[in-house]
Write a protein that binds this ligand. Structure first.
Ligand code: BJW
Length: 246
C-alpha cells in the first residue's frame, strides 16, 4: 500500500518536472484542508445550506443587499483566520521549477498568501469591494471584516458589493483569454479540487484535451471530469502535496 502511494507520488513528481507547459486549475477543494467549506457536496457545503441565487447573483443582491453582505462578511472572517495548506505551498514552490500557469476559481486569496506570484483568479477576490454600478469602476480593499456590517457600504454612486463573479455575470475577458491561451498550449493540465460543474472554467480541461494535453485530476470524489481524464488521483490535495514536498 505504502509502495503504491510512493510510486504514485514519484510518477506525479516526474510528470510535473518534465512538463513543458503545465496548467493547474484549482477549485474550492484545494482550500478544504485549510478549513474553508466547498460549495457543493457534503452537508457543510455552502450550497447545501444556502440558496446560491439568493447569495451569489445580482438579483439576490438587489432583493436583499444586507443578506448578501452578512454572508460575505462571515466568509471573509473565516478566510481571514485560515492558513494556506500544503497544496497551496506546493503549487507556489512548483512554479519556481517548471513553467506553471495557475488558474483558480477560488476567491480566497490563499494561493497568493502561500507565495504564488501569478494567479489567474477567474471568479474575483473576496477581500475586495467594488461598486455595484459597473460604469462607476470604484474598487477598494475590504478592511473591516471582523464584525458584521450594520449597514451596507456605499460609494457615491451605489451600494458596494464583493469583487467576485456571481452566477449570470461575465468573467473578465482577460482572465478567459489568458486561461484559454494557456490551456491550448499546455502539455499537462491538472484539475484540483473542483466539481467541474461551473462554466466557463469547467470547459478548460476539454480545451487542453483537444490540444493533446495529458489530463490529471486530484480529487477524493468523482466529478463531471473524472471519466475524461488520463489519470485520477483520488486523494485530498493537501495530502498529495505534503507527500510531494517530503
Ligand atoms: C477536494 C477536497 C480536497 C473536497 N482535495 N478536492 C454553459 C453550460 C451551462 C451553464 C452555463 C454555461 N456557461 C455559463 C453557464 C451559467 C453558469 C454555470 O456554469 N452554471 C452551472 C452551475 C450549470 N455560469 C455562470 O453564470 C458564469 N458566468 C458566465 O459564464 O457568464 C456568461 C453566461 C452567463 C449565463 C449563461 C451563459 C453565459 C459565472 C460563474 C460564477 C460562479 N460563481 C461562484 C461564486 C463566486 C463568488 C463566491 O465565492 O462567493 O464561484 S459559484 C461557486 O462555484 C464558486 C466556485 O468558484 C464555483 C466552482 O465551484 P468549485 O470550485 O468546483 O467547488 P465545488 O464545491 O463545486 O467542488 C469542490 C470539489 O472539491 C468537490 O469535487 C470535492 O470532491 C473536492 N474536494 N475536499 C481535493 N481536500
Amino acid at each position: 500500500m505504502l509502495k503504491t502511494q510512493e510510486k504514485m507520488l514519484m510518477n506525479l513528481y516526474d510528470t510535473f518536472m518534465t512538463a513543458k507547459r503545465l496548467v493547474v486549475m484549482t477549485g474550492a477543494g484545494v482550500s478544504a484542508e485549510s478549513g474553508i467549506a466547498t460549495f457543493r457536496g457534503d452537508q457543510d457545503s455552502y450550497w447545501s445550506r444556502f440558496d446560491p441565487y439568493q447569495l451569489a447573483s445580482a438579483e439576490g443582491f438587489i432583493e436583499a443587499p444586507q443578506r448578501v453582505w452578512d454572508w460575505y462578511q462571515w466568509r471573509r472572517s473565516q478566510v481571514g483566520a485560515a492558513q494556506p495548506n500544503a497544496a497551496h505551498y506546493g503549487l507556489a514552490e512548483l512554479a519556481q521549477s517548471v513553467p506553471l500557469f495557475l488558474i483558480t476559481q477560488n476567491v480566497d486569496g490563499l494561493h497568493h498568501r502561500a507565495g504564488s506570484q501569478q494567479v489567474c483568479e477567474l471568479h474575483g477576490r473576496l477581500m475586495m469591494n467594488r461598486c455595484f454600478n459597473p460604469s462607476c469602476g470604484y474598487r477598494e480593499d475590504a478592511i473591516d471584516f471582523s464584525a458584521p456590517l450594520i449597514t451596507c457600504p456605499r460609494c457615491q454612486s451605489a451600494y458596494l458589493r464583493p469583487d467576485v463573479v456571481w452566477f449570470g455575470e461575465s468573467l473578465s475577458a482577460s482572465s478567459i483569454q489568458q486561461s484559454e491561451a494557456a490551456t491550448t498550449e499546455c502539455d499537462v493540465f491538472v484539475s484540483i479540487g473542483t466539481s467541474a460543474q461551473v462554466y466557463p472554467a469547467a470547459g478548460f480541461a476539454q480545451i487542453a484535451a483537444a490540444s493533446g494535453a495529458q489530463l490529471i485530476e486530484i480529487n477524493p470524489e468523482a466529478t463531471a471530469l473524472t471519466s475524461q481524464v488520463d489519470w485520477v488521483i483520488a486523494e485530498p490535495a493537501g495530502k498529495v502535496f505534503e507527500g510531494l514536498r517530503s
